[in-house]
Write a protein that binds this ligand. Structure first.
Ligand code: NAD
Ligand code: IPM
Ligand code: MN
Length: 355
């Protein structure tokens, strides 16, 4: 039985994970799927209480004793610099070597997109490298707090790291019938790192000649993503470019509150979290959109091989938009909990019809 660690975290993380958990428990019961869920108290409250962000033993346990993690968000204005968020979130991604950060963005209804020209069906799937790039913390300060201060933040790219995420993107496109993979980089300026990405992209791409492939500079690509988003299918990018492109892609497909993500090391572990953060500006008001977190449940079910159950969750989310049963960020008037309840009831009705 898969064991899932649930880490609500901070701010709206607690509110959206409550709804996601309800959906997961409900689907598991209706479909007779066994999941063991265990809550973990990691976040700003714990850090402020006892000065601990996350221990080595907790990393070990999350890696070895669990098959997946469902996380809300980390970040709290009471913690300067958000050290706990970096330790926990980046710590999990790095220590569990969750090298694929998969971020699908699906437009459920044309009017949700801020783009007047948006097509009805828009589906962008981002494969963000999740263990290297500018995120490794390699660097430092020389002559700090003087007029001669020097700050370095290294961009780390290994052939192994670049190759495995590019391969994951092509494998996904191949297995899910997607027609195009686009590499996003800045190889006109970053010759060494960018050059490695381009070479490996051509090498791996040569094994998938039936899939269209192109490589674009990130500045031109984000412009084009707004101009004609329907041109893009699977996108592969480094850690930092993937971070930036995925927020834009989320907005183009209806908003940050709707986007889920899966941080995966195939065969080892997986961490599911909405793309958005802890949103301190709306935390505690009941206005947080739970759909990004609920879609994480869909990704989790898919990850464990329950594709039909995942489709039902996605179908219930789509139905909530068709019925206008949404939170204020997407034009509705329901609370976080009311959206969760509506989706549960819709799932019940679907189970009653289809068994
Ligand atoms: P954010 O994603 O928390 O919020 C950006 C804006 O989007 C805010 O106006 C917020 O109200 C809105 N928003 C976000 N999610 C929403 C939802 N589900 N429903 C409705 N509106 C929503 O980004 P931020 O303000 O830059 O960051 C806040 C904190 O979260 C920071 O500490 C940041 O480091 C952290 N953060 C954590 C994660 C994570 O844990 N994965 C991701 C991003 C940011
Ligand atoms: C995300 C977030 C994180 C990132 C931050 C909070 C460290 O923006 O998950 O997209 O940059 O990866
Ligand atoms: Mn981000």
């Amino acid at each position: 039985m898969p064991r899932i660690a649930v880490i609500p975290g901070d701010g709206i993380g607690l509110e959206v994970v409550r709804e996601a958990r309800r959906v997961l428990e409900h689907v598991a019961q209706a479909e007779k799927l066994d999941f063991e869920l265990k809550d973990w108290d990691l976040g700003a409250d714990r850090f402020l209480r006892d000065g601990i962000t996350i221990t080595d033993e907790e990393f070990r346990s999350l890696d070895e004793d669990y098959d997946a993690i469902l996380l809300g968000a980390l970040g709290d204005p009471r913690v300067p610099g958000n050290q706990h968020a970096k330790d926990i979130l980046l710590g999990l991604r790095f220590k569990l070597d969750l090298y694929i950060n998969f971020r699908p963005c699906v437009l459920l209804s044309p009017e949700l997109s801020p783009l007047a020209s948006s097509e009805g069906a828009l589906r962008l799937e981002i494969f963000r490298e999740n263990t290297e790039g500018e995120y490794t913390g390699m660097g430092g300060i020389f002559k700090g707090d003087t007029r001669d201060e020097i700050a370095l933040e290294e961009n780390v790219a290994t052939r192994k790291g670049v190759e495995r995420i590019i391969r994951a993107a092509f494998e996904y496109a191949d297995s899910r019938g997607r027609g195009r993979v686009t590499l996003v980089d800045k190889s006109n300026v970053m010759r060494y790192v960018g050059g490695l990405w381009r070479r490996v992209f051509s090498e791996v791409g040569a094994e998938y000649t039936h899939i269209e492939q192109d490589a674009m500079y990130v500045d031109a690509m984000v412009m084009d993503l707004v101009r004609r988003p329907g041109r893009y299918e699977v996108i592969v990018a480094s850690n930092l470019f993937g971070d930036i492109v995925s927020d834009l892609a989320a907005e183009v497909t209806g908003g940050l509150g709707l986007a889920p993500s899966a941080n995966i090391h195939p065969g080892r572990n997986a961490l599911f979290e909405p793309v958005h953060g802890s949103a301190p500006d709306i935390a505690g008001t009941g206005r947080a959109n739970p759909v990004g977190a609920i879609r994480c449940v869909g990704l989790l079910l898919d990850h464990f091989g329950h594709r039909e159950a995942a489709d039902r969750v996605e179908g219930a989310v789509a139905a909530s938009f068709q019925a206008g049963q949404t939170t204020p960020d997407v034009g509705g008037s329901l609370s976080t909990e009311e959206v969760g309840t509506w989706i549960l009831q819709h799932l019940d009705a679907a189970y009653a019809v289809h068994g």
